[in-house]
Design a protein around this ligand. Structure first.
Ligand SMILES: Cc1ncc(COP(=O)(O)O)c(C=O)c1O
Length: 488
């Protein structure tokens, strides 16, 4: 065997160098993986190699033993030979990733494209970010300490994969009272935010190629969850009454899943009308489809009575209710929840228990205590007042300082206003310019699969931006818009 790869240089000695036995092991592994010592080739005897490298024979023997244990070499009566390794072994040394050439994989990866920049989330006007500086962090820390003291060792284990019983119970109670959801704790699954719940719906209820309907413009997280499941995605326009489903869609591309944000359409802010809710439930039932009701920020209703969840409108509605603490508490908590319809809960729960691993137990127990002892509803009350004030300040500043013709959509609830702009002000250019100027609104057209001219506008978050900042910010936004204006 050509052992030049082994003997090319002496082993390093002296302070700072690895032990010689370790160096020899690494050198042999590298030569085997690179094919310099081919499969089946005999390694030098321990005595010969020890002499060549001027090290003790014992060092070589221990290195050979280690390589035998790891499967790199085989030792028998005839000596030590390089093991037959698969072609993948030499590939392991290469840096390139394997090609994603399966058509479904390539299609999936091409359709899930990110436009977000995590660094921008702390900038003013970021859509969907709550008032993090106003979060009662000390109360949360104390509650977390208490939860840990109450069950120090137990909280470190896996726990129930579908969530802490105390939190599921607290959520069930909260949803029944505040959102009109028909449920009990046994039908609730705690998920990694609303996103985890959406992914779970896809895993549980669809086969690749099934049709899934989305709102257009709509929530990108739902689109990526659907593409992740290789679903055939059909985006349906929303109007002032929420998602408007043409008769032809039921006939030609009947859905398996229908995603909707009925209480506060994201991003237009429309509320799905009662007539459409009832019709959707009935038609979904007839078509054997499931509705995903994403109730992401309905807690912050600023005008009129709270709008009850669609899930509770009629008994046994084919609705999977999705909620999250990302807006009511903070996004890093990564706690969301899914309420399974009664019709599938008993059958699906054992599979879900196998599919999930739970986790975030301390956070779950703390959240349960926060709800039970009233801190959650006090926090919601404070935030509702704060967001109402921030939205009013944003509306005033839009009217006084934007100086460009615009239409404000929605605003009955939530943490953002959507502002339609005339087509000569291209929203994606304005958003790029605004980021350079330290603001982070969203571009309305980026929420649409096939944007129309009416989808040109800005989605302005007011959750994370104090009321007194809007006049200056809107003047800057005007500057950004004027710089991007297209001359016709
Ligand atoms: C429509 C919609 N659903 C859900 C979420 C929250 O997702 P998560 O709970 O995964 O943070 C958001 C956040 O922006 C949203 O806009």
């Amino acid at each position: 065997m050509n052992t030049s790869a082994l003997l090319a240089s002496p082993l390093a000695r002296g302070p700072g160098s690895l032990p010689r036995q370790r160096q020899l092991i690494l050198r042999l592994k590298k030569a085997i993986l690179a094919g310099q010592l081919p499969a089946g080739g005999k390694l030098p005897s321990s005595r010969a190699l020890a002499e060549e490298l001027d090290i003790s024979r014992n060092t070589v023997l221990i290195a050979y033993e280690q390589l035998t244990a790891e499967g790199f070499v085989i030792a028998d009566r005839q000596g030590t030979r390089v093991a037959p390794l698969s072609a993948a072994a030499s590939g392991a040394m290469r840096a390139e990733p394997p090609p994603a050439k399966a058509p479904a994989t390539a299609r999936r990866l091409a359709s899930i494209v990110s436009t977000r920049n995590a660094n921008d989330a702390s900038l003013p006007m970021t859509p969907g970010t709550p008032a993090l500086t106003q979060f009662p962090i000390n109360a949360w820390r104390r509650a977390q300490d208490r939860a840990l003291q109450a069950a120090p060792a137990a909280t470190l284990g896996y726990g129930n994969p579908v969530g802490e019983p105390a939190l599921r119970e607290a959520i069930a109670q909260y949803l029944r009272v505040s959102r009109g959801v028909r449920c009990d704790a046994s039908r609730i699954v705690i998920t990694e935010g609303a996103q985890g719940a959406l992914a779970l719906c896809v895993q549980l209820l669809t086969d690749p190629g099934d049709t899934a309907w989305l709102e257009e413009p709509g929530y990108r997280g739902a689109k990526s969850a659907f593409h992740g499941g290789d679903l055939d995605v059909l985006a349906l326009r929303v109007d002032a009454d929420g998602i408007a489903i043409p008769e032809s869609a039921w006939r030609e591309r009947p859905p398996r899943l229908i995603q909707t944000t009925p209480s506060h359409q994201y991003p237009t802010g429309a509320v799905l009308s009662l007539a459409r809710r009832l019709n959707l439930i009935e038609r979904a039932r007839q078509a054997g489809a499931w509705i995903i009701e994403d109730d992401y920020d309905s807690e912050f209703r600023h005008q009129g009575e709270p709008i009850a969840a669609m899930q509770g409108l009629v008994a046994d509605a084919p609705v999977l209710y999705v909620g999250t603490f990302s807006k009511t508490m903070f996004p890093a908590l990564r706690l969301g929840f899914l309420v399974l319809p009664e019709a599938i809960a008993a059958q699906a729960m054992p599979s879900i228990v196998e599919m999930l691993r739970g986790g975030h137990r301390l956070e779950q127990l703390t959240m349960a205590a926060f709800i039970e002892n009233g801190q959650f509803s006090r926090h919601l009350g404070r935030m509702r007042r704060l967001y109402r004030e921030r939205q009013a300040a944003l509306r005033d500043a839009l009217a006084s300082h934007l100086g460009i013709e615009h239409e404000v959509l929605g605003g009955h609830s939530g943490l953002h206003l959507t502002v339609r702009l005339p087509p000569q002000f291209p929203d994606q250019d304005i958003v790029r310019q605004a980021r350079r100027m330290g603001m982070n609104p969203g571009a309305l057209s980026a929420f649409a699969v096939s944007p129309l001219s009416e989808d040109n506008g800005l989605v302005i978050g007011y959750g994370n931006t104090a009321a007194d900042r809007y006049p200056a910010l809107l003047r800057r936004l005007k500057e950004a818009a004027l710089e991007c204006r297209k001359r016709r």
